[in-house]
Design a binder for this molecule. Sequence first.
Ligand SMILES: [Zn+2]
Length: 210
Amino acid sequence: MYGDRPGAQGFTTVLIDPGHGGKDSGARGRIRGMPEKVVALDIAKRLQGELSSTFHASLTRSSDVFIPLDERVAIANRAGDAIVVSIHLNDGPRRLAGAETYWWRTDSYSLAKRVQASLRGVVAGSNNRGMVRRRLRLTRNPEIPGILVECGYLSNANEADLLSSPGYRGRIAQAIARAIREQAANGDAGMGPLPKPIYAPPSKASDARS
Ligand SMILES: [Zn+2]
């Protein structure tokens, strides 16, 4: 997995992991009645719809249930020739907006880069955010390539407004799906060299990211 050009390619299964669920609502944000767990599940189901003609696309949860992080990792490890894509919404100071894509394994770098680039076309502010290499439970522990996508900030008034629109959530799903298809077809081709190793401390976040 740490070879010269290690990126995921030719995989047949995409495991989509909607963040949080059940007793764990995630970020509350500004969309009334739609905490992070609800928005994440909606985008995840749309992503499954986008991918299902090309891949075996499955979900770690398809309803509002709590699944511990280690169980999500175990599901990923049973997924076979697969990648795992965890879907979250961000929370932070009100001025922050845009998508962020977290990765850790070197075989997940190109996937993260493709997803972040694709989201830039949909999610305003993503040029200022970007890719983060961090040892999150879902980027570090599964035995398959994986990324965690923060699709936008529920704490930003403008972005929360956009995320309340089903059409906007659909465009986010389409953008992520496009990047996944490109990764499956092309692997690392055109993605440039891997970044040099960097110091990446474990997340201090108290939610599912750590
Ligand atoms: Zn989250």
